[in-house]
Design a protein around this ligand. Structure first.
Ligand code: T1G
Length: 701
């Protein structure tokens, strides 16, 4: 099937693009457009229309081709052919014209769109920059400042805003794009409209402040800390503002190729596909039916319950919040109202939309009110016995076919399912705090969870805008199981001599959103303390990994919420400050455990905190808890602030090489004499075969 076809309607030549699923600019499509435009120069058409079949206009270059040798016409050859056409070419846009798609439209002489269309240059999310003239054409149309904002954010804009910004020239009335575009083309012909080439526009130096480029670079070094592409985008736009088009285009091409070859872009492209792969379940038949989820109940109106409820209200799904008494219920509903109010204050939500969402959330203290809901999510205190009681009650009152989900972070979902007569309808839906913000949703498949319930849960996750990852049942599932090893090592580095400031600085320079010690203070040191209270000594693990936290909690230093934890916090600026009292406390604990404190290199901290993530991830794969290494990467990027431009723990391990990982683990095991560092069998085998997690995953398919 050809991805490009051509037909004449009257004196208009229509170039049809048909390259499902998103009309990505593959090599075949680039060549097809080039050939169609070239051929049409000789026919009797007076104008050409570039229009796509399927759900969207060109949604960008074909990302799956990146990193491979470029074949056929390159982007700029195709766009030059369009721009130098002897007859006007009109882009007819629907869906999302993104990246190379918008760049193709900008090389056309005119652009029209459906009101529902969106346009954008999201390359920055792939560690790239627009590589087909986007950084040169967009500022010529919308100005330097707006172009910097649009391209460094990668955010799409609606057709109406694009029309106002002159990125498109005409809005098609109604929803018949072809008819509207043909009428617009006829009108241009009738008016003998000139061949408008965006490249011919010169940016007036008086239209921008020359200081904007360095100012933007400074802002981006904070907002997109560690990322290269945003900085290069500013360089390209500066070139557009100060150089002739072709010179600026050459600069863009150079930076584009550098970004394409960078490890940051490889990591971000990995996450792009990994995020989509994660929702594909290997042993689940594609035709597995899904249940209709049109009403939801949340058991528990705490921070998590309130946040979870908001996800469904935001998606227009009615939610019933159940609490044990009216006081708790009102408190729960107040949490939701407060969250929405904060979003309205930030200008990210209208008051009307807030009210619409709040109207979808009702409260009750009576389980009987849940008799007809399609999905229940339990979000009560993290205690197995309490959860079992809740599920036994739900089993009594909920209709057959209702899905009964638990938001537990650690507990055994099989044990919870066993508290009901319908274990096939029980599943884990593990949200991450704040539940209305964090994208990750761990979907925990218990032994008896049915395929239909799993398929339905995946669909629900997407419907509420989450990134779902399937996990098997183990203590902490994927994310928390790995995170506890990371946290263990952070605490051991602390007692062995590294300072909290050094540990957090090293991990934040690596790209983590926040260092582990600061995370403990943010979340509350008492949370781990309470979890440990319900554990045996064996379950708690090495006492050296929590002794400092225990003393801090017993001194009432719970973290940010008490103004002091591992750090003390400036009451005005809330800045975290090193506290000599904590240093003395750590030294006392080191003495108690006969530890001679010593200096740490930054590299050792990186190894001590990241290698346990990789090692535990490998064990999780061996046990079949996670489907694939890239699923683990998705968990860490979307749930734990792992830098997207490092690609997640398993991609990072492949990047440094599993032989290196294996050698470092063996060295740490030998130095410490602690079997904690015993390399997972999978790492040993892959290292000995010079393989990688990615190759292993590919061979598993
Ligand atoms: N290339 C290849 N495959 C793509 C793709 C792309 N650009 N976009 C989507 N897919 C696949 C995706 O992997 C999935 O595959 C299927 O299409 C449906 O996607 C030169 C260099 C368009 C908003 O970054 O944002 O242009 O899992 O599940 O939710 O300057 O896809 O079904 O096998 O996401 O409806 C710039 C990326 C590229 C846009 C649709 N463009 N795509 O969302 O469907 S770089 C982008 C999206 C570039 C130029 C530069 C979204 C979407 P599968 P989906 P969706």
């Amino acid at each position: 099937m050809s991805v490009v076809s051509y037909e004449m309607q009257g004196d208009i030549g229509i170039i049809w693009i048909d390259n499902p699923p998103v009309n990505a600019l593959s090599q075949a499509l680039r060549d097809g457009i080039y050939d169609a435009v070239t051929a049409a120069q000789d026919d009797h058409s007076k104008a050409l229309l570039l229009i796509c079949r399927g759900r969207t206009f060109i949604a960008g270059a074909d990302i799956s081709e990146f990193g491979k040798p470029l074949t056929g016409r390159d982007f700029n050859q195709v766009l030059e052919c369009i721009e130098h056409s002897a007859k006007p070419i009109i882009a007819a846009i629907h869906g999302t014209a993104l990246g190379g798609g918008l760049e193709t439209a900008l090389a056309c002489h005119y652009r029209c769109a459906l009101p529902s269309a969106m346009v954008g240059l999201p390359e920055v999310h792939l560690g790239l920059l627009p590589g087909a003239g986007g950084t040169q054409r967009v500022p010529r149309l919308i100005g330097v400042e707006a172009a910097i904002k649009m391209i460094t954010s990668g955010a799409p804009i609606k057709a109406a805003a694009a029309l106002e910004a002159k990125l498109i020239d005409h809005m098609v009335d109604g929803d018949d794009l072809l008819a509207g575009a043909l009428a617009y083309a006829e009108q241009l012909i009738a008016n003998a409209a000139p061949l408008l080439r965006v490249r011919d526009i010169t940016i007036d130096s008086a239209s921008f402040d020359a200081a904007i480029f360095d100012l933007s670079r400074k802002q981006l070094s904070r907002q997109a800390r560690g990322q290269v592409a945003p900085q290069r985008i500013v360089d390209c736009i500066e070139a557009a503002a100060t150089m002739p088009f072709d010179q600026g285009l050459a600069i863009e091409q150079g930076h584009f190729l550098d970004c394409m070859a960078s490890s940051q872009s490889a990591a971000m492209r990995h996450i792009f596909f990994a995020q989509r792969e994660a929702s594909k379940i290997k042993d689940l038949p594609k035709e597995t039916s899904k249940r209709h989820i049109q009403s939801v109940a949340i058991i528990g109106g705490g921070t998590m319950g309130g946040g979870i409820a908001m996800n469904f209200a935001n998606a227009g799904i009615p939610v019933t919040m159940l609490e044990i008494n009216d006081q708790a219920l009102q408190r729960g509903l107040a949490i939701v109202d407060k969250n929405y109010t904060a979003t309205v204050k930030k200008g990210k939500l209208s008051e009307a939309k807030k009210q619409c969402c709040m109207d979808l959330i009702t409260g009750t203290t009576n389980y009987q009110d849940l008799a007809n809901v399609d999905l229940v999510i339990e979000a009560v205190f993290e205690n197995l016995d309490i959860k079992k009681q809740v599920f036994a009650k739900l089993d009594e009152v909920c209709k057959p076919g209702a899905i009964l989900a638990t938001n537990t972070s650690y507990q055994d979902v099989n044990a919870i399912a066993a508290a009901t007569q319908r274990p096939e309808d029980v599943i884990g839906l593990h949200f991450f705090s704040p539940a209305n913000i964090m994208k990750l949703l761990e979907i925990v498949r218990a032994d008896k969870t049915s395929d239909e319930v799993i398929a339905t849960s995946m669909a629900v996750a997407k419907a509420i805008g989450k990134v779902p990852v399937l996990s098997g049942v183990c203590f902490g599932f994927i994310g928390n199981r790995m995170f506890s090893q990371y946290g263990r090592e952070a605490q051991l580095c602390l007692i062995e001599g590294a300072s909290a400031e050094q540990i957090d600085r090293v991990m934040e320079n690596f790209g983590m959103a926040m260092g582990p010690i600061a995370v403990s203070d943010l979340a509350g040191i008492d949370i781990g303390y309470k979890v440990r209270e319900a554990m045996s000594d064996e379950e708690k693990g090495d006492p050296r990994s929590y002794c400092i936290a225990d003393v801090l909690v017993e001194q009432g230093r719970l973290g940010q919420k008490t103004g002091a934890g591992f750090y003390k916090y400036d009451p005005q600026t809330r800045a975290r400050l090193n506290d000599p009292e904590v240093t003395a406390l750590i030294e006392a604990q080191a003495t108690k455990y006969n530890i001679t404190r010593r200096a740490f290199s930054d590299e050792e901290i990186i190894d001590r905190l990241l290698l346990p993530l990789v090692n535990e991830g490998a064990k999780i794969l061996q046990e079949g808890i996670a489907q694939r290494p890239s699923d683990i990467d998705v968990v860490y990027v979307f749930g734990y602030g792992f830098p997207v431009y490092q690609g997640g723990p398993m991609h990072y391990a492949d990047h440094i090489g599993l032989e290196t990982v294996y050698k470092k683990l063996c060295a740490l095991q030998q130095q410490s004499g602690d079997d904690f560092w015993q390399p997972a069998e999978l790492i040993k085998n892959l290292a000995e075969n010079g393989s990688s997690f990615a190759h292993w995953a590919h061979n598993q398919n």
